[in-house]
Design a protein around this ligand. Structure first.
Ligand code: EPZ
Length: 428
């Protein structure tokens, strides 16, 4: 599948009034990516369902094919089948890694399967330097030699050996890479201060279906008892909690009434709590979560991003857009990434007048309506935030660099339009 959005494409967003109707959430990008990487661990066949159709998924499929896997994409059914029997290449070139830093997820599986891996060092991005020192620390503790030469991360090992790995920060990617590698290590591996995100739990459940022996995923201590071999299996990816949160905020910021289907309320507890603090009404209905921004006057709150189960960093930008429209000044504290306020300057171009000081942003409210302006997406969640702001801004908002957004939100324009949003994608 060649899924390309022209680099100069942009969204044209008009003032849209309240969103009404229902939206169905797609599979989680950040679960599907490590799960697809985990298929490298077996020479069997894996069928992954509920996969969102995104550029990042396309890149991961290209990586798997470059390693020798046979990958079939069936987008009628949102299903990808991977036959790992032909995997015999242990190198992922820069031209693929530069498209998606999550390529690093194949390092652990390649080490466990082939005893070696060479991945171009993933670059940073707008939100931070995105180091991989914790990935390297964990794989070294499992016995691998890991060296970074000329921008390539080269790793090799005769046999991975189970051990104790303490993560200095509960890194999602490091937890996933180490957990995947440990499934085929000799002996037991314990990851302490592990990330607890639902995507980790989903990956662990997939690995256990393949015959792995993992306990404790979703807590800060994960135990993996290595096994000799893993076999193919079938798995449906969990719904995307960040897409869920984004549409919840879309309902609130437009003062609308939206039913969000195929979501797991337990995965978005902090977002529910913060929306209720702002005065939105959130009801857990039989076939989804209903979010209403049209019942009460919405008021300021404060949010502080933290590793799960804290408020998700990926929801910080969309939530900040909402906070520019409520009564009173809000405080937003970003503790996970060192540079994730780039959208504040773009929102300020729309009249939001946000003041950033280090990891703290002060968001004056009552900026409703914002003023439509040409703005730029700096990462996928910032792009989503600017679209939400555009829905409630006077006039027209042009959001450029939207390939970021198309990487992380399946059918974003179609889903918003079906709720009454006036948004269209134009390719320059
Ligand atoms: C995952 O990135 C997600 N990506 C991110 O989602 C998400 O924002 C992030 O987790 C936090 O929840 C995928 O799952 C593909 P981390 P990841 O390792 O694994 C530092 C999106 O919007 N760190 O938990 O890269 C790092 O610098 C994306 O979908 C180290 O210091 O995140 C950061 O400050 C954006 N050394 C913090 O940990 C390391 O070796 C959290 O990073 C690794 C990370």
């Amino acid at each position: 599948m060649c899924y390309n959005i022209a680099a100069m494409a942009k969204y044209i967003v008009e003032n849209s009034g309240p969103l009404f109707g229902e939206v169905t959430i797609s599979g989680a990008k950040n679960a599907a990516l490590p799960i697809l990487a985990a298929t490298v661990l077996t020479d069997g066949v894996c069928e992954i369902n509920e996969v969102p159709r995104l550029k990042d998924i396309d890149v991961m499929c290209r990586i798997l094919r470059s390693l020798g896997a046979a990958v079939e994409e069936d987008w009628e059914n949102h299903s990808i089948t991977v036959d790992g029997s032909g995997i015999n290449v242990s190198e992922v070139p820069y031209d693929l890694v530069k498209l998606m830093r999550a390529s690093i997820f194949v390092m652990g599986p390649l080490l466990a399967r082939l005893g070696k891996a060479s991945i171009a060092q993933p670059g940073g991005c707008a939100i931070g330097s995105r180091p991989i020192d914790l990935h390297a620390k964990g794989l070294r503790l499992l016995g691998a030699r890991v060296a970074i030469d000329d921008g390539m991360v080269n790793a090799s090992v005769d046999r991975l050996k189970g051990t104790l790995v303490y993560l200095d920060f509960p890194s999602v990617g490091a937890t996933e890479n180490i957990m995947m590698a440990a499934t085929l290590a000799g002996g037991v591996t314990t990851i302490e201060n592990a990330a607890e995100e639902p995507e980790i739990v989903d990956l662990a459940s997939f690995l256990n279906k393949m015959g792995a022996r993992i306990k404790g995923a979703g807590t800060d201590t994960i135990k993996i008892e290595g096994v000799k071999k893993l076999h193919g299996t079938r798995h449906a990816v969990i719904p995307d909690r960040i897409e869920t949160g984004t549409f919840m905020v879309a309902a609130a910021i437009t003062r609308g009434n939206v039913l969000i289907k195929n979501c797991l309320p337990d995965h978005v507890r902090p977002v529910i709590a913060k929306l209720i603090e702002c005065g939105a009404v959130v009801q857990d209905e039989l076939d989804g979560l209903r979010v209403r921004g049209d019942v009460n006057r919405l008021v300021a709150t404060s949010i502080k991003t933290l590793p799960y189960p804290g408020f998700p960093t990926d929801m910080q930008a969309p939530f900040m857009a909402l906070l520019t429209t409520v009564s009173g000044e809000s405080t937003v504290i970003e503790t996970v990434f060192e540079n994730r306020f780039m959208h504040a300057a773009e929102l300020s171009r729309m009249g939001a007048n946000i003041r950033v000081d280090g990891s703290v942003a002060k968001v004056p409210g009552d900026k409703r309506p914002l003023v439509g302006a040409p703005v730029m997406a700096t990462d996928l969640r910032a792009g989503a935030a600017l679209v939400l702001a555009g829905l409630v801004a006077k006039g027209t908002t042009e959001v450029s660099e939207i390939y970021h957004v198309e990487r992380g939100y399946e059918g974003f324009v179609e889903k918003l339009s079906a709720l009454g949003a006036k948004i269209r994608l134009v390719e320059d």
